[in-house]
Ligand binder design. Structure first.
Ligand code: AMP
Length: 378
């Protein structure tokens, strides 16, 4: 059985999982990279911690049984529309995309470089968060701004969380025992995005050129009138950096009520806290709007699939966001929903509603092996 190490190198953490086929042999997270008083000063040190943790369990990076390393890379731009075997040329192209994802791509690249240094003989594959969304139509991908400017600066909708949307849309069809029909995936974690998927191909998604667009998230605002940015600068006297922080790191649920964790928001909601009430209603209203929008985009819907920390664990979000949509064939059975069933719609509902735990690492491992076997065949 082929063994794959999956690495997800973020700006301050490295998550890893070692798999044999679909089976998890080991996993872990190295956190607080580069922070003061952290024993892990940089990504090189972090990967050495990963290597040491694996070696302790007799699964060292030097093992001849290791087939490949799969890396999560956030932004593939227009260049990468599928998982790709990493070469010097590929690294150069990922570097060129850094301006599109200045926080994420450099961390992903560092992970790749360190892993290549540790095992230069091993095939390594980049799996892009944007790739699954590369099939959205020009109508969905294009912002209505001057085309020359958009073209020159690569401004278009790319979408993110693609690995999760790919995995969950496929699993959702399997869960309801239907062929790959029309699926709305609601990935609700600390970051959140929706996608409309038809016959396994993504046709629209809520995140845009960056992960800021779309749903209300833990700390990101999601959609807003773009003129607010101008107003914050001109009238509010804020710098671009301050606006960036306001929208990306102090927006969303955190900005609305001071808590970005949905568990805390729900506890305050239950205690009648008006700020939490407003935040929760803004969150669910936005979600419902996207469900309606993607229903219209797809024409018919077979499955709505909830995933991510909130989607998988919050019955209240699921039933609130989908309440009152019976005329569209959408309903949530309260008992099934609260019990934590995989299928939470009533038996006679036209649209199945499912809760599908996402597994990005497993999907990255599978895609990595696909690239390796394609390369070996070709
Ligand atoms: P993720 O980014 O997918 O790991 O999701 C993380 C988020 O899931 C956390 O910030 C929480 O808001 C949310 N979450 C986790 N467990 C629960 C729960 N039991 N109820 C509501 N939200 C939850």
């Amino acid at each position: 059985m082929s063994r794959v190490l999956v690495l997800n190198s973020g700006s301050s953490s490295v998550k890893y999982r070692l798999l044999s086929g679909d089976e998890r042999l080991a996993s872990g997270t190295v956190e607080r990279i580069g922070e003061d008083s952290s024993p892990v000063p940089d990504h090189e040190a972090a990967l050495k911690v990963v290597a040491a943790e694996l070696a302790d369990r007799g699964l060292g990076l030097d093992s001849s049984e290791l087939t490949a390393i799969g890396h999560r890379v956030v932004h593939g731009g227009k260049t990468f529309t599928e998982p790709t075997l990493i070469t010097d040329e590929v690294i150069r192209k990922i570097e060129e995309l850094v301006p599109l994802a200045p926080l994420h791509n450099p961390a992903n690249l560092t992970g790749i470089e360190v892993a290549r240094r540790l095992r230069p003989d091993l095939p390594q594959v980049a799996v892009f968060d944007t790739a699954f969304h590369s099939t959205i139509s020009p109508a969905a991908a294009t912002y209505a701004i001057d085309r020359e400017v958009a073209e020159r600066l690569s401004i278009r909708r790319y979408g993110f969380h693609g690995t999760s949307h790919a995995y969950v849309s496929r699993e959702a069809a399997r869960a309801v025992d239907r062929p790959l029909g029309n699926v709305i995936v609601l990935h609700l974690g600390n970051g959140a995005s929706a996608s409309a998927v038809s016959a396994g191909r993504c046709v629209d998604t809520s995140m845009g050129m960056t992960p800021l667009e779309g749903l209300v998230m833990g700390t990101r605002s999601g959609d807003l009138d773009p003129a607010i940015v101008l107003y914050l600068g001109r009238t509010g006297g804020m710098s671009l950096e301050e606006i960036d922080v306001l929208l990306n790191r102090r927006g969303g649920m955190l900005g609305l009520c001071g808590d970005n964790d949905m568990r805390a928001v729900q506890e305050r909601l239950a205690a009648g806290d008006p700020d939490a009430e407003l935040a929760f209603s803004v969150y669910c209203h936005r979600l419902r709007k996207y469900v309606g929008a993607y229903y219209a985009v797809l024409g018919t819907v077979d499955v709505i699939a909830f995933t991510g920390g909130v989607g998988e664990n919050s019955p209240l979000v699921r039933e609130t966001a989908l309440a009152g949509l019976e005329a569209l064939g959408i309903a949530v059975d309260p008992v099934r929903n609260r019990r934590g069933d995989r299928l939470i719609s009533p038996d006679d509902a036209a649209v199945k509603v499912a809760v599908i735990p996402t597994d990005e690492e497993l999907e990255i491992a599978r895609q990595t092996l696909e690239v390796i076997s394609r390369t070996n065949r070709g």
